[in-house]
Design a protein around this ligand. Structure first.
Ligand code: ZN
Ligand code: ZN
Length: 375
């Protein structure tokens, strides 16, 4: 008797999934090439997602520029798309479902998980999405394989009426929520957010939701225009005004209760601390490159200022970040300044690594080849 056709085979037959696809393959430091690679095979409990939109994240750019990871790899972890094929025993999703995927989920049992430092968990560091090679996200490709534990715990359906573009912000929003939680803002506090790129803007909007008074600063007036459009009315144009002096003037000479540094430049750590009141907190949100930086040690000891950091997402904020994005509590699509088809992904990455005054979030859209519209 012939073997009965498995569910995945039947679904695969219902649509045409090619065996070869295009992907942006990282081949070493500053070397990403558009190549043809096999469409990933999936196993039991896994799904294959046809990528529509994948955001370019600062951490992708850092890995590419520093050559910190072995090659080859396919990066991209802010991925939304359509389920193209399901493996045996997948019950949560079916082919055709629109989804967004988290690329890693912690074990919730180890030492680090018990102390809620999920990003340090070994299981968390194990990436559960791949377009081939060492699992590294895989969103900069036509198809991505989502492994079983991510299907169960890290894949979320996108409701009707929410675009792939809006949905791909779930992970960045989660990282920002985690940063705001780390900062423990009170509603009567004043917080300065330095940098109004897409992440700085999300941090600012989330900070405002705590009731705190949010003041934003950036060198580029165009970005501050977006801040104001998002209801962040207190802005400092850092190309014209001294941010530290302005913030002191606004706070009876004290400085802000908290400062968020959403710019990677370490030269801004010192001014960020200077803009903070004695006993206040500074959150380093973009300092992902190891090295050394200048601080005034007495600002920590004598002035009792606290330096904090936050990196990556928190599984405990997953539902809240999904709700925020899917309920469109913030129009995140508006933060996208450039959309590149997969065929121009090398250019997209180059562009993202060299931000111009008009660049905000840059996304790669393999889906633009199969769907003209973003929804
Ligand atoms: Zn990211
Ligand atoms: Zn763990």
């Amino acid at each position: 008797m012939p073997e009965p056709l498995s569910e995945s085979t039947l679904l695969a037959d219902a649509q045409t999934i090619p065996s070869i696809m295009k992907a942006a393959v990282y081949r070493g430091m500053n070397d990403v090439r558009l190549e043809e690679v096999p469409v990933p095979e999936i196993g039991r409990g896994e799904i294959l997602v046809r990528v529509h939109t994948c955001g370019i994240c600062g951490t992708d750019l850092k890995k590419i520029a520093s050559g910190s990871h072995s090659a080859p790899r396919i990066f991209g972890h802010e991925t939304s798309g359509v389920v193209a094929r399901i493996g045996q025993e997948v019950r949560k999703f079916k082919a055709g479902d629109r989804v967004v995927v988290f690329h890693h989920i912690p074990c919730r049992q180890c030492y680090y998980c018990r102390s809620k430092t999920f990003a340090q968990c070994e299981t968390y560091k194990k990436v559960g999405c791949t377009a081939g090679f060492e699992p590294s996200g895989g969103g900069f490709a036509e198809y991505v394989r989502v492994m079983d534990w991510i299907v169960e715990k890290g894949t979320v359906a996108i409701p009707d009426g929410v675009s792939f573009e809006q949905a791909c912000f779930v992970e960045p929003v989660n990282t920002c929520m985690k940063g705001i939680q780390t900062l423990r803002l009170e509603s009567d506090e004043t917080v300065l957010v330095i940098g109004q790129g897409p992440i700085g803007l999300i941090l600012s909007v989330l900070a405002a939701r705590t009731g705190a008074l949010v003041i934003t600063s950036d060198l580029y007036p165009a970005r501050l225009t977006i801040s104001r459009e998002l209801g962040l009315e207190h802005t400092i144009n850092a190309s014209q005004a001294d941010t530290v002096r302005t913030i002191r003037e606004l706070t009876d000479g004290r400085g802000a209760d908290a400062v968020i540094l959403a710019v990677a430049a370490n030269a801004l750590i010192r001014p960020a601390m200077d803009a903070t009141r004695p006993g206040g907190r500074v959150l380093l949100f973009a300092q992902t490159v190891r090295g050394e930086a200048t601080i005034d040690p007495a600002a920590v000891c004598v002035d009792e200022k606290t330096l904090l950091g936050s990196y990556s997402a928190s599984v405990e904020l997953q539902e809240e970040s999904v709700r925020f994005v899917m309920n469109r509590e913030m129009d995140l699509e508006q933060l996208i300044s450039h959309r590149f088809p997969l065929s121009e992904s090398v250019e997209a990455l180059r562009r993202a690594a060299d931000p111009q005054p008009d660049s905000m979030k840059i996304v790669i859209q393999p889906g633009s080849a199969w769907e003209g519209r973003s929804l």
